[in-house]
Write a protein that binds this ligand. Structure first.
Ligand code: NAP
Ligand code: MG
Length: 515
């Protein structure tokens, strides 16, 4: 999800009012006290300090939020009566409001989510706005068909209808964008929503919900239920009035949700983890490949589902590219998001920091060499922040956890390879299938390998771009369903076939012939 565009620099905004606000849920168009009566800490990852409190929605709150979404979806409710064009217009107004509030939203992402301020604005917020703009054009283009049948004197047409009430459960790594990947197509389809942001990043979702009301979205169409996954999230997954669950997060939680849903016949889409191979052939210019490899793993401190975390380099260039990549990594300043010279911000939480350190230490204990970075504390930053240096590991083998498991931090494992067949097989030797990168000037080889790799996105001589119009999602244990593009819109729509008899003799079928 790296982006190459740039908008003008970010202006710091005072969000202290937002941080000191009492913990509230956004349900039915109102900021309300949680029935659970509980809240949890909002923590700034760059300092480890508690900066505010968010409401911990419980099962009762989830029930209230679902019922608000059900009411907003009822036949005759404003959202259902609204023309498709007007639905798109409201989405467009929301996109403009997000633009107006881009500095504020970036500030929230920095303080709540540990983002670098400029990256938050230029990537997180910018891509979220583009996503909304893309889907704002869709409502008026959702059409059914007229179908010629073998039955005389009948007309059959299909209508595309919203799937209904959707629970959307999202992670913390791109707090606004991950929400927008789901909220925008659901609104375009005409669904109503309960959005459950990650407990690590509750704030931006609440702001999104408030701005949506300001844009004219009817009350209850977008409800924000902050809280814990095991509590608020599960209550949504289990709720009988929820028609669809859209989840982005870890494969562990995704499998758990799929199992819970199995007996309920709810619709479910899963966008899960990855351990994506990034493959560099020797004909790729060293500087291009090394920069590409660095961006693929170190952007957002490696906290990207499609991060290029397994780097494979054709043997004859292995040493040179690892040396250059390590030089780039060592030159990336680790620091807080409010320092414009920082290139790698903090990880999201102390748990995540310990996990990532654990992978590095385990690899070292099993014989890996740390070329740069490592698990030691970082100098020159707040010691209570969750910082780790960009890390390059070599002398690794496929049995190591660091090679096989998603680390979700700025840690890349580098390995040499010798042939195309070998690398295709090693690239696919993972339970995941989210993304892959191929760096070569040989277009035939690039496309052959792209066909051989089992992953939802393959990048040739680039890495990690996303665009609202392009489907994104996983093969294998990286999930099912697609975010983005009209493939995603489909997952928020049902198809209804409507039959009309044209003569008094219709229907031509006898009751016995009914299916
Ligand atoms: P996570 O632990 O799976 O959590 C994701 C969301 O699920 C959070 O809102 C979480 O709430 C909630 N949750 C946790 N347990 C739940 C349960 N039992 N029932 C219902 N909801 C539950 O993932 P994460 O650590 O936040 O995010 C990192 C993961 O997301 C990585 O694996 C990454 O690859 C994946 N990801 C995938 C994509 C993609 O498009 N494929 C994009 C981005 C990230 P809490 O916050 O309270 O735990
Ligand atoms: Mg936070």
């Amino acid at each position: 999800m790296t982006a190459t565009l740039s908008v003008e620099s970010h202006q710091p905004v005072d969000i202290s009012g937002l941080l000191s606000a009492p913990p509230r849920l956004l349900i039915g168009g109102e900021m309300i006290e949680p029935r659970s009566g509980r809240s949890f800490d909002i923590v700034n990852p760059a300092t480890g300090k508690v900066v505010g409190h968010a409401a911990a929605g419980g099962a009762d709150d989830a029930d209230q939020a679902v019922k608000a979404a059900v009411r907003a979806f009822a036949w005759g409710a404003p959202w259902r009566r609204m023309s498709a064009l007007d639905r798109g217009r409201i989405m467009g107004r929301l996109a403009r409001l997000l633009e107006e509030h881009a500095d504020e939203l970036a500030e929230i992402e920095m303080i709540d989510g540990g983002w670098l301020r400029d990256a938050a604005k230029n990537v997180e917020i910018d891509l979220s706005i583009k996503h909304l703009d893309y889907f704002a054009g869709w409502p008026s283009k959702i059409e059914g068909n007229t179908i010629p049948t073998a039955i005389p004197d009948t007309i059959v047409r299909t209508e595309r209808e919203p799937v209904g009430v959707v629970a959307q459960i999202v992670p913390w790594n791109y707090p606004l964008l991950m929400a927008m990947w789901k909220v925008a197509p659901a609104l375009a389809a005409g669904c109503t929503i309960i959005l459950k942001p990650a407990e690590n990043t509750p704030l931006v979702a609440l702001r999104l919900g408030q701005l949506a009301l300001e844009a004219g979205l009817p009350a209850g169409v977008l409800n924000i239920l902050t809280g814990f996954g095991g509590e608020a999230g599960e209550a949504l997954v289990d709720h009988p009035l929820v028609d669809k669950v859209a989840f982005t997060g870890s494969t562990r939680v995704g499998t758990h949700i799929a199992a819970r849903i199995a007996g309920q016949v709810k619709r479910l889409t899963l966008e899960l983890g990855g351990k994506s191979p990034n493959i560099v052939f020797a004909d790729s210019p060293v500087e291009v490949a090394a920069q590409g490899a660095a961006n693929a793993i170190f952007f957002n401190a490696g906290q990207a589902c499609s991060a290029g975390s397994r780097l494979y380099i054709e043997r004859k260039n292995f040493d040179e590219i690892i040396a250059r990549l390590s030089e780039i990594a060592a030159g990336m300043k680790v620091g807080p998001g409010n320092d414009p010279t920082s290139k790698v911000g903090p990880l999201i939480s102390t748990n995540q920091l310990e996990r990532v350190r654990g992978y590095v230490q385990d690899a070292q204990e099993n014989g890996a060499t740390v070329v740069t970075g490592g698990s030691d504390a970082v100098d020159g930053v707040d010691p209570h922040g969750y910082f780790i240096r960009p890390t390059v590991l070599v002398d690794v083998d496929d049995s190591m956890a660091a090679v096989r498991e998603e680390i979700f931090g700025p840690v890349v494992v580098g390995q040499p390879f010798d042939s195309l067949e070998e690398i295709a097989s090693r690239a696919n030797d993972t339970p995941y299938g989210l993304a892959a990168g191929i760096w070569t000037n040989d277009i035939t080889r690039a496309n052959r390998l792209a066909s051989m790799i089992r992953a939802g996105s393959v990048y040739i001589n680039m890495y990690g771009a996303t665009d609202a119009a392009v489907p994104f999602g996983g093969f294998k244990q990286s999930g099912y369903g697609r975010d983005m593009g009209h493939a995603n819109l489909e997952s928020y729509l049902e198809t209804k076939s409507i039959w009309t008899g044209l003569t008094p003799e219709s229907p031509v079928l006898t009751p016995e012939a009914n299916i």
